[in-house]
Design a protein around this ligand. Structure first.
Ligand code: DAH
Length: 346
């Protein structure tokens, strides 16, 4: 030991006081007790030197040694009291409110799709899906939308810039509506048939409060030997009353779609103004909610059904539009920005 034993003793007293003050837990404090008072402690080491001290210094040194030990002991005990009383060790107060565990939820569009489908399933409709990457044939030709026909312009489309894997079915594209799934299902199966088809569709529209280049539709198709326009009206009227409330008024307005004949657009009376005209409905009193009609004979022929023996209806609706009307949302972009302050409201 090079240094003066008394100096070393004072150094130990300082070091111990600091280390004990910094002990952060009862377990850490116990380690400090062993380090400063244990068998292998610096104090114990120093004791061995007492016999080699000049006789007149031994008494004072021994006395100081005992004082240092006592002060280490009292520092340990006061730190122990402090740690034991700290909030981390406070007894559990079972009356305190629990801390909420953050909970995930389904996206409002998923919720809307699910509530739409849940209304058709009890009416005997089966849920079917189809590809988003589609052939021109299914998206257009088989649906009686011939090439160069002006109606094709109404379904502006993203074409895929790659050679088609099957040129007999035309170019590849991102489907611009869910109607091609009608064809895919009818090609595979025979009537009677009742399906609903949820899914994403794509159109090269600039983003604005009511347009998005990707949105969702739910398509419907019912085909058998006798299904009539009256059935179509009955199914859709029941669906819209279940979705928007039993007092919802519906209106079928003649329209044109290439794949149905006759075709109609379905309106519901504006809930905001009850039909008298307001800004929600553009002063019309009615809100356009979906397209529908009786499946066109050319569509039935495209899937080798005999239009003399089977008939049916089809319909298609935009999911975002329905969600916006139901929840009074003014801007479609909110659905895709995924701001939690918006999503957490559903
Ligand atoms: N596919 C049409 C669209 O995207 C919606 C539609 C209208 C679907 C009439 C149908 C229908 O099945 O019969 O605008």
């Amino acid at each position: 030991m090079g240094t003066d034993p008394l100096q070393e003793l004072e150094q130990i007293a300082d070091d111990a006081a600091t280390a004990i003050r910094q002990a952060a837990s009862l377990k850490g404090l116990e380690e400090q007790r062993v380090a400063w008072l244990g068998r292998k402690s610096r104090l114990n080491e120093l004791m061995k030197h007492i016999p080699s001290l000049p006789a007149d210094q031994r008494g004072a040194f021994g006395k100081r040694m005992n004082e240092v030990k006592a002060s280490v002991e009292s520092a340990l005990s006061s730190r122990r009291d402090t740690l034991a009383a700290s909030p981390a060790r406070a007894p559990l107060d079972v009356t305190l409110p629990g801390s909420a565990i953050p909970q995930g939820r389904l996206h409002p569009i998923t919720q809307t799709i699910q509530s739409i489908l849940a209304l058709f399933v009890p009416m005997g409709f089966e849920i079917v899906e189809g590809p988003e990457l589609e052939f021109e044939y299914y998206n257009f030709d088989a649906l009686n939308i011939p090439k160069d026909h002006p109606s094709r312009e109404g379904f502006d489309t993203f074409f895929i810039d790659r050679p088609s894997p099957d040129p007999t079915r035309g170019r590849l594209l991102l489907r611009s509506h869910t109607s091609p799934v009608q064809i895919r299902v009818m090609e595979q199966r025979q009537p009677p048939l009742r399906i609903v088809v949820p899914g994403k569709v794509y159109r090269p529209d600039p983003l604005d409060p009511s347009h998005s280049f990707m949105f969702h539709q739910v398509e419907g198709l019912m085909v058998d030997g006798r299904t009539s326009f009256a059935d179509l009206k009955g199914v859709l009227d029941r669906f819209l009353k279940a979705l928007f409330g039993p007092d919802t008024k519906t209106r079928f307005r003649p329209h044109f779609f290439p794949f149905t004949e006759p075709s109609a657009e379905v309106d519901i009376a504006c809930a905001s103004c009850r039909g008298s005209g307001c800004s929600t409905c553009g002063r019309k009193g009615w809100l356009e909610i979906m397209g529908c009609g009786m499946v066109h004979p050319n569509v039935l022929k495209a899937v080798r059904y005999d239009p003399q023996r089977v008939q049916g209806f089809a319909f298609g609706m935009g999911v975002e539009r329905i969600a916006m009307l139901k929840h009074h949302i003014a801007d479609i972009r909110l659905f895709f920005e995924n701001d939690l302050r918006f999503l957490e409201q559903f």
